[in-house]
Design a protein around this ligand. Sequence first.
Ligand code: ATP
Ligand code: MG
Length: 264
Amino acid sequence: MWFWRNLHRQGPVRVITIATQKGGTGKSTLAVNLAAGLALEGHRTLLIDADPQANSTYVLTGDQLLQPSLYEVMVTNSATLPEVAVSCRLALDLCPSNILLSAADIVLSSVPGRERILSRKLRALTGYDFVIIDTPPSLGILTVNALVASGEVLVPVGMSTFALIGLGLLEDTINQIKENLDIENLHILGAVGTFHDRTNVARNTMAALEERFGSILFKTMIPRTVKLEEANNRLKTIYEYEPNGAGAQAFQALVQEVMTHGQE
Ligand SMILES: Nc1ncnc2c1ncn2[C@@H]1O[C@H](COP(=O)(O)OP(=O)(O)OP(=O)(O)O)[C@@H](O)[C@H]1O
Ligand SMILES: [Mg+2]
């Protein structure tokens, strides 16, 4: 059903933005390993790094100053997504970020229709089953462009005392974007618990998350494990770094959940 429903859509079949306003919740780690996991399942996947910090770009390529990048696509309008996309792994391409993108908010502030630049670029894109977008921990023009261009938002929630604040803010923002820009088909695909461990704080945060967002909470939780930190540090996906460890198993389960959510 899902396949036929999407067959005649313009652009890639599913566009998923990873976003929260809170920093350090595991967005980039999630973006890299979700995109890599989907590619390992045989889905042609493009990871767009829309964060000027270029963390996903760095993990996948070892370089954070690649040019051309999303800057040329969105800000100078001098390149298309296929022109800047680099092949990183089998079935996995990356549209790199660059620190230049940190000027986007100022440079684009007077451009009419600036919230829809990425959406327009994605509509012309073919050949991908999934596009995953990594965003900065703020709601500037880059995150708004990612949300407007997406059908779905995946929200990582770190197990910390202040975790739920970012989630509430993001929900408000999505509703505002839907109202102000007249976009109906954007929805929260789900919240994913990250940095999960056996502490009381994690238990309390999960309980609060289940109470407030139970219906959209993914069954899979990403464990806090130094192997994920090390994989990022060694410029590897978790499947390459420790394929049988808890981190890889959690990400494989999450990939399956993301794939089945889309078929409902
Ligand atoms: N499950 C995990 N267990 C242990 N360390 C992790 C885990 N996930 C991410 N990390 C590490 O925690 C730090 C923050 O993760 P990450 O960069 O993915 O978060 P982020 O939300 O993208 O941050 P930012 O808001 O700055 O973009 C990184 O050093 C990363 O390697
Ligand atoms: Mg990040």
